[in-house]
Design a protein around this ligand. Structure first.
Ligand code: G4P
Length: 529
């Protein structure tokens, strides 16, 4: 494999995920993006797709009943000269730690905001996660076909609440029933909106320049005058696009449009493929690995259970960091110190599972996993490396788990530890009693865990409420201080699935007090594997 082929392939890749609050339009924009990527013939099929093509296991049945799709995890498609990998980020009730961890496996993010609502809760949280790596963010202001808030005010909100500078690339002309289109600031042209064209790639109607009489004829002199005034204000008051600041995650280009109307999505994709970084280097414990290195390396960021219920199979999702994957190649599973032959990795071309022929840095491949692969595992062609930056995130919801049959305590613990290694939930064992506390980021995970305990470990378990609101991993370099802390706070301390000391707090106030009281102790919101 020549080095230049790898360099060329890597330079085409753009690997990103979407961050948004539920209902902002993530699914709709995904559909349109796939339409532009020629991966869908007609928009309107993403949501239903999983239901008839993949057999479902019991808990998938459960997820389906709640209207959640779990099958489209990675979608790859060409756009312009780029090859785009879009990683799905579970968003509604299926929101989980996987959502957070997926954000550590991409090189950029698209933030979709409902322009009628502005910055919402979930977006705030997901932005926090992207800040761990200063991931570059492209923004799409959605639902311009509805009555939205003053765009200037929404940009302001993004800047102050999310602490990122906004550089509008397009600017809307009206909204709701009066939505006329957008003016593309960089191209100095107006693209006219046409209703009822959302399911297709539209013939564009473009008018060059702001002083073009055609523009007046098309949208009326009054609106044109208003647009000119607004633009003067906007360009004066906001930031100009700066590629370097974008790459540092300090500035986001902003596009306006409607995903439902498939309008403006192409401008966003043009920007994303032009500006978003090619596969980035990644840090290991020893050195930085660059994407165009010849030798293959990768890490596992997500494990999805049972996509093929006949085999009780699990798929480990691996982000390739460098080099090339060939079918049948041998890889080193560094943690186990074992060489394994991968003959049947899967890729996710537009949602269909296909046998991967080859894949390059930036791509995601799925490895069949029979329990030997954990989140954070590194694979190489021999070099002993361990990628960092694939953390556990502190859970936000907690329940005590209890057996119906007390004799099965051992199976329960084994099941919980294995499920926590897959990243489904986390398990905590308090120092002071024999409880088992399950912590999750999304509420559906609790049901998934009980269903899987039953199906895979033959354990009947139920939940009870527990007085825990938040958790932090703790450590302290001063052993004496740590011992004192352990003694004084024993009732609030637990060990997680990997035996790491964790502070489980009944309230934020309690957590803050302990943090103040023990300044030598570090409280961490994330924990490296
Ligand atoms: P999500 O994945 O972020 O949760 O959002 P999703 O795309 O499912 O969109 C949520 C709702 O918002 C959907 O309506 C969708 O049709 C609508 N929507 C998305 N983009 C736009 C837009 O640009 N303009 C308008 N007016 N609506 C938009 P729904 O009625 O909840 O679902 P559905 O039954 O229509 O699918």
């Amino acid at each position: 494999m020549s080095h230049t082929v790898i360099t060329q392939e890597v330079s085409k890749r753009r690997t990103f995920a979407i961050i948004s609050h539920p209902d902002a339009g993530k699914t709709t924009i995904t559909e349109k993006v796939l339409l532009f990527g020629k991966a869908l013939q007609k928009a309107g099929t993403v949501k239903g797709r999983g239901s008839n093509q993949h057999a479902k296991s019991d808990w998938m049945e459960m997820e389906k009943e709640r209207g959640i799709s779990v099958t489209t995890s990675v979608m790859q498609f060409p756009y312009n000269d780029a090859l785009v990998n879009l990683l799905d980020t579970p968003g509604h009730e299926d929101f989980s730690e996987d959502t957070y961890r997926t954000l550590t496996a991409v090189d950029s993010c698209l933030m979709v905001i409902d322009a009628a609502k502005g910055v919402e809760d979930r977006t705030r949280k997901l932005m926090e996660v992207t800040r761990l790596r200063d991931t570059p963010i492209v923004t799409f202001m959605n639902k311009l076909d509805r009555d939205i808030r003053d765009p200037m005010e929404v940009l302001d909100e993004v800047e102050t609440e999310l602490n990122i500078a906004c550089a509008p690339v397009s600017w809307p002309i009206g909204c709701g029933k009066e939505f006329k289109g957008v003016y593309h600031i960089h191209r100095d042209e107006t693209i006219l909106y046409q209703t009822g064209q959302g399911h297709t790639i539209q013939e564009k109607r473009i008018i060059k320049g702001l002083d073009n009489p055609e523009l007046d004829a098309e949208i009326g002199s009054e609106l044109v005058e208003q647009l000119r005034e607004e633009l003067e204000l906007v360009i004066g008051a906001s930031h100009e696009f700066d590629h370097e600041l974008f790459l540092k995650g300090e500035l986001t280009p902003v596009f306006f449009g409607t995903a439902l109307g498939n309008f403006g999505v192409d401008h966003m994709l043009d920007g994303l493929t032009e500006w978003a970084p090619t596969p980035m280097p990644r840090q290991t414990d020893d050195r930085e690995v660059k994407a165009d290195e010849e030798n293959f390396t990768g890490f596992v960021f997500k494990i999805q259970a049972n996509m093929d219920p006949k085999h009780r199979d699990r798929i480990a999702f691996m982000r390739i960091v460098s080099g090339k994957y060939n079918q049948g190649m041998k890889m080193n599973h560094v943690r186990l110190g074992k060489q394994i032959s991968i003959s049947d990795a899967v890729t996710f071309m537009a949602g269909d599972r296909e046998r991967a022929q080859d894949a390059y840095a930036g791509d995601i491949i799925g490895l069949h996993n029979h329990g030997t692969i954990q989140i954070g595992d590194t694979f190489t062609q021999g070099e002993k490396l361990k990628f960092s930056g694939i953390p556990n995130f502190a859970p936000e919801l907690f329940r005590r788990i209890r057996l119906k049959d007390p004799l099965k305590q051992k199976q329960l613990l084994k099941g919980l530890v294995q499920l926590s290694e897959e990243g489904a939930v986390q398990v905590f064992r308090p120092l002071a009693n024999n409880d088992l506390i399950v912590g999750a980021v999304g509420v559906l995970q609790f049901d998934v865990v009980v269903a899987r305990l039953k199906a895979e470990y033959n354990v009947d378990a139920i939940y009870e409420s527990v007085n825990v609101q938040t958790a932090r991993w703790v450590n302290c370099s001063d052993e004496k201080k740590l011992a004192e802390f352990r003694r004084k706070c024993e009732t609030n301390l637990a060990l997680d699935g990997g035996d790491n000391l964790t502070y489980v707090a009944p309230s934020r106030v309690n957590l803050n007090l302990s943090m103040e009281r023990y300044p030598e102790v570090e409280f961490h919101h994330t924990r490296e594997h």
